[in-house]
Design a protein around this ligand. Structure first.
Ligand SMILES: [Zn+2]
Length: 203
């Protein structure tokens, strides 16, 4: 799964770093840095949100006060789609798609007719996945890199404002993953990764 995500992000000059939370729970619980979020692979089926469409993943961008930035993948759906494919590829493609949402926005803002940000995956998308050609468009790549850089500046601004206003506010970069780990008990969650993504051109 990790390799698939890395090779999907490499052409748009974005790197990804992982921490396996089962192997390193302390590192995983540490304060969230810039462009860091969590990935949960859930054992449950998706909630019946959209009748007729099948949901593979769901991204919480951390826009709401009670929300921690986290990508959720519904593993039974991955297995369902993976009948003709390798599970690792479907899982990797789903994670890469949701990373796209983290920076491109909601369905309307992020989805395109072609490529990995297609809103509905049909035979063509699965074929491209198999060939390793299910990509982000150049335009999506540019938007993701811009958003990555903006997140760094945005965090600095937020921290400065919260100090200046004398209010008790916590910058987004200081969040802990507390509530996520309260829900970590198996059998509901199969795996958790801490994910950091980086624009290759800005260290
Ligand atoms: Zn989507």
């Amino acid at each position: 799964m990790e390799r698939y995500v890395e090779t999907t992000l490499a052409p748009i000059e974005v790197d990804v770093k992982w921490i396996d939370c089962a192997a390193n729970i302390e590192a995983c619980k540490a304060l969230r840095g810039r462009n860091e979020f969590w990935l949960r692979i859930l054992a449950q089926n998706p909630p019946a949100l959209n009748a007729g469409t099948e949901l593979l993943g769901l991204t919480q961008r951390g826009d709401k006060p009670d929300e921690i930035p986290c990508i959720n993948i519904f593993y039974p759906m991955v297995e369902h789609f993976a009948e003709k494919m390798h599970t690792e590829e479907v899982l990797g493609a789903a994670v890469a798609h949701e990373i796209g949402h983290m920076y491109l926005g909601n369905n309307r803002e992020a989805h395109s007719l072609n490529g990995i940000m297609s809103g509905v995956w049909l035979e063509r998308e699965f074929e491209e996945m198999n060939l390793g050609t299910l990509h982000f468009t150049r335009e999506q790549g540019a938007r993701i890199r811009t958003a990555l850089s903006a997140a760094i500046t945005g965090d600095r601004e937020r921290t400065r404002n919260s100090e200046g206003a004398g209010q008790l506010r916590v910058a987004r970069s200081l969040e802990r993953a507390g509530p996520l780990f309260e829900q970590l008990a198996p059998p509901f969650v199969l795996a958790v990764r801490r994910v950091r993504i980086l624009n290759q051109s800005t260290p």
